[in-house]
Design a protein around this ligand. Structure first.
Ligand SMILES: Nc1ncnc2c1ncn2[C@@H]1O[C@H](COP(=O)(O)OP(=O)(O)OP(=O)(O)O)[C@@H](O)[C@H]1O
Ligand SMILES: Cc1ncc(COP(=O)(O)O)c(N)n1
Length: 266
């Protein structure tokens, strides 16, 4: 049976990040992707031109429709926009007994805010505690914990500060540092350093959404957290290497890179 994976996130009209990146990743990794849309963005390779949240009851109804009939083996969250939606989604996930990958999306690659400043406390106290794996980037670590990462040596301190809010595991993504693309996965006792060569490609729209969805897909297939994160890192690295021009700005990663090469290795 194909595992079912649910993304709870915002729509990116340009197709590179958000719900669209999540569903493409899930298709590429051989799971059935489903979605709860929290917000709609008008977005392209140049930035976010507009964003509209959905009402809480629309988010609850989508979640219930999927859970009551179909069922899920893993959940992933992305853009949640407001404190009210963060708290609603945290409550829904808290009542669902499957692995949850929480990508605490704050700001888009272009610097557009995707989360109200008033929602940060709800992310810390309600959402992070229900995470099996939290996947903050360095800006999100700084916003949530006050820890500023300037070099690889700081990643351990950043991870400890996020773990203090209660996720079982954290992947601190070092994608915004110079040099190799290094991420640290830890649960506070085990440490796994994930290192890939940095691809000199500006078309990296959607990297974070893609990594988190890939982790959720592999967890749904029954991989352990360290194995799921290692496989997801390999997938996102390939997708970044194949990122392509789209519009006049930052293009997307190529979610289909492995499919079009005809490899079934993933
Ligand atoms: N140029 C690159 N080459 C190789 N790997 C990269 C590159 N940029 C980012 N990564 C990797 O991509 C993954 C996502 O990291 P990143 O720090 O870009 O997340 P993010 O900022 O949340 O993404 P997004 O921009 O979608 O919000 C990490 O595994 C990171 O190491
Ligand atoms: C709906 C939505 N969700 C997430 C992101 C983050 O992705 P990126 O940082 O690559 O812009 C985004 N831009 N849009």
């Amino acid at each position: 049976m194909i595992p079912n994976v649910l993304t709870v996130a915002g729509s990116d009209s340009g197709g590179g990040a958000g719900i669209q990146a999540d569903l493409k990743t899930m298709l590429a990794l051989g799971v059935h992707g489903m979605s709860v849309i929290t917000a709609v963005t008008a977005q392209n390779s140049l930035g976010v031109q507009g964003a509209w949240e959905l009402p809480v009851e629309a988010v609850r109804a989508q979640y219930r429709s999927v859970l009551d009939d179909i069922g899920v083996q893993a959940v992933k969250t992305g853009m949640l926009a407001s404190a009210e939606l963060v708290e609603t989604v945290a409550e829904l996930i808290g009542g669902t007994d499957v692995p949850a990958v929480i990508d605490p999306v704050g700001v888009s690659k272009h610097g557009d805010s995707l989360l109200a400043a008033s929602a940060l406390d709800s992310v810390r106290t309600k959402l992070l505690p229900v995470a099996t794996v939290a996947t903050p980037n360095l800006d999100e670590v700084a916003q949530l914990t006050g820890v500023h990462v300037e070099a690889e040596d700081d990643l351990r301190r950043a991870a400890a500060a996020v773990l203090a809010y209660g996720p079982r595991w954290v992947v601190v993504k070092g994608g915004h540092l110079a040099g190799d693309a290094v991420d640290l996965l830890t649960d506070g006792s085990e440490e796994h350093w994930l290192r890939a060569p940095r691809h000199d490609n500006r078309h990296t729209h959607g990297t974070g959404c893609t990594l988190a969805s890939a982790i959720a897909s592999h967890l749904a297939k029954g991989l352990s957290v360290p194995d799921a994160v290692a496989a997801a890192k390999e997938y996102v690295t390939g997708a970044i290497a194949a990122g392509f021009t789209l519009g006049g700005g930052i293009g997307p990663v190529d979610h289909g890179w492995a499919l079009t090469r005809g490899t079934t290795a993933l």
